[in-house]
Unconditional design. Structure first.
Length: 572
């Protein structure tokens, strides 16, 4: 058997702190603070300096590369060669904090977070059976790249095999589950932990666990699109579902009826609220989990891409002491996030805020949040009536589901309360008409509704593979109707697909908006039996701030594609 080539890399030892100080990157006082943190926390000195914000990870990497006489590779600008990267199994990549970047001469170029660690370097050489040429890479970028390339699929597959070995061909019993659930290293616990870690790193909105005849299909919804994550043996389905039921306090003995629950889990530095729904299917119970990251940074109106003229009017409406503000759009369009960003602006010690939701999606300190429970007749209408006796200034109603709820909400808006809510309509202009269709008296709609904000989410083009798009004939026909874009001279862009976006061409989503403010003319028309006249006046009131114009502005900026614009614009 061929022996692996001997490593050619043999660096001289040096003290990182002394080198940084000699280069003037840190002061002696900063170095002493970092050394104290290193001693108390066990972190490496470089990590301690970065955490204290005395230096950046790029500065550390450049110093290491200079001292070791090797290259510094910026993984945000260079993609590892897919032909070679998988030569290092996922488990070893995570363990050694290393990635095979590609071929170099007769050997391999390997990116390492700590190339000066000769023990790790020797182990990598033996594992890869090749001459290695190390390069310095930033640890955070390295871990993000490992997550993106491997997607924890190898790790999940290995853990799934362990669960199969534990379960065998028999039925998982409650006693066995309770025994395993007490051990943090039980395979099913580690499998779920790996699933959640991958979901958080890829900004997943929903996890779908779906039993099939021969496999358990695990899919993620990313940027509104389903992607298969892994498909382990179907025999692990019972163990996974029962563990999730225990975490969410559901009845593990009930497998014939749907159940809903929730639990909280911390994944790294991210705290997740998880809403769980189970559904009995032909091959077992299907589980869908909605992930809600409790990230206060997202709950800011300034962070939501709302055009400045619309944002100005929205803020003015939120400062009113009475009236109803409605946010409309289909399921999954970000309505709740917008409403909570509005509540974050209103939330202070002088304002009494009550929310009525099913379920409570975000937890904000200072709010009185009520969870609907129809099993005990705790309905929207019943809670709303009680809310009015709690002396609130602001009421948030999760959804205007029926005539009774909408009518109580509008009465509250007419009697000195600011009411925020959502409604499922296709456009802002259709919202007052939809309320009338629900049986609400015209005068209540005309006088109670102050502002309607309609929104959608569109996928944004991956910045790493953005390029000019070829306009297809049907797209050109649709585009020719947009005179503003035609005169702008802009060229539509798209994503060619790369490792950063998992070959989809898209990375992330952004909201587009339109707003309808109830002007005196619209108030008058809403009180009349003239839907066509109301719609025509609403279009004049929109000016250029329609959903179609909003999404076409993103196309002009090269932030989204014509396909996304057509998906949004054609449904309006």
């Amino acid at each position: 058997m061929d022996r692996p080539s001997a490593p050619v890399f043999n660096p001289q030892r040096f003290r990182l702190g002394d080198v940084l100080a000699s280069k003037g990157l840190v002061t002696p006082e900063q170095l002493n603070k970092a050394l104290a943190l290193q001693k108390s926390s066990g972190r490496k000195l470089g990590r301690a300096l970065i955490d204290l914000k005395f230096v950046t990870d790029t500065q550390i990497c450049e110093v290491l590369a200079d001292q070791l006489g090797i290259d510094f590779v910026d993984l945000t600008r260079r993609e590892p060669d897919p032909v070679y990267v998988k030569q290092l199994p996922e488990a070893l990549a995570r363990r050694f904090r290393a990635l095979v970047l590609g071929a170099r001469g007769e050997g391999l170029e390997v990116g390492m977070a700590d190339p000066a660690d000769m023990v790790t370097f020797d182990q990598l050489s033996r594992a890869l059976k090749a001459t290695l040429h190390p390069a310095v890479v930033a640890e955070d970028a390295l871990l993000a790249t490992i997550e993106r390339i491997y997607q924890r699929k190898d790790e999940m597959a290995g853990l799934a095999r362990e669960v199969v070995a534990d379960v065998g061909d028999g039925v998982l019993t409650l006693a066995a589950l309770e025994t395993s659930s007490s051990a943090e290293d039980a395979p099913v616990v580690r499998l779920l932990h790996s699933i959640f870690q991958s979901a958080v790193s890829r900004d997943v909105s929903d996890i779908h666990i779906e039993p099939q005849e021969r496999q358990l299909q695990i899919r993620f919804r990313i940027d509104g699109v389903m992607q298969v994550q892994t498909s382990p043996d179907a025999r692990i389905a019972g163990a996974v579902v029962q563990r999730l039921k225990l975490m969410s306090s559901l009845d593990i003995s009930e497998k014939r009826l749907p159940q809903d629950g929730r639990f909280r889990i911390k994944v790294g530095a991210t705290m997740l609220d998880v809403r769980i729904s189970t559904l009995p299917t032909q091959f077992g119970e299907s589980v869908v989990m909605r992930l809600l990251a409790q990230n206060a940074d997202r709950l800011q109106l300034d962070a939501l891409n709302i055009p400045e003229p619309i944002l100005k009017r929205l803020r003015a409406a939120l400062n009113l002491s009475a009236g109803m503000v409605l946010v409309t759009g289909p399921t999954g369009s970000g309505k709740t996030t917008t409403l909570y960003a509005a509540l974050a602006q209103l939330n202070n010690l002088e304002t009494k805020i009550i929310t009525v939701e099913d379920p409570v999606e975000y937890r904000l300190p200072g709010l009185n949040q009520v969870q609907i429970n129809e099993k005990v007749d705790l309905t929207f209408a019943r809670v709303l009536r009680s809310c009015l006796r709690q002396d609130p200034d602001v009421i948030l109603v999760g959804e205007m589901r029926d005539q009774e709820t909408a009518e109580i909400g509008l009465r509250a808006a007419l009697t000195g309360h600011l009411v925020l809510s959502t409604l499922h309509t296709t456009s802002a202009a259709g919202t007052p008409l939809r309320l009338r269709d629900m049986g609400i008296p015209p005068y209540m709609v005309a006088l109670g509704v102050r502002l309607v904000l309609a929104q959608r989410l569109v996928r944004t083009i991956c910045s790493h593979c953005r390029t000019e798009a070829t306009v297809l004939p049907h797209e050109q026909e649709w585009l020719s109707e947009d005179e503003v874009f035609a005169k702008s001279g802009h060229k539509p862009m798209h994503g060619a697909g790369c490792g950063h976006c998992h070959q989809t061409g898209y990375a992330g989503r952004i909201a587009v908006y339109e707003m309808l403010e109830m002007t005196p003319a619209l108030v008058h028309l809403a009180n009349q039996d003239d839907p066509a006249g109301f719609a025509a006046e609403a279009q004049r009131a929109f000016a250029q701030y329609t959903l179609r114009r909003s999404v076409m502005a993103l196309v002009s900026e090269g932030r989204t594609t014509l396909a996304e614009a057509m998906r949004i614009g054609s449904g309006i």
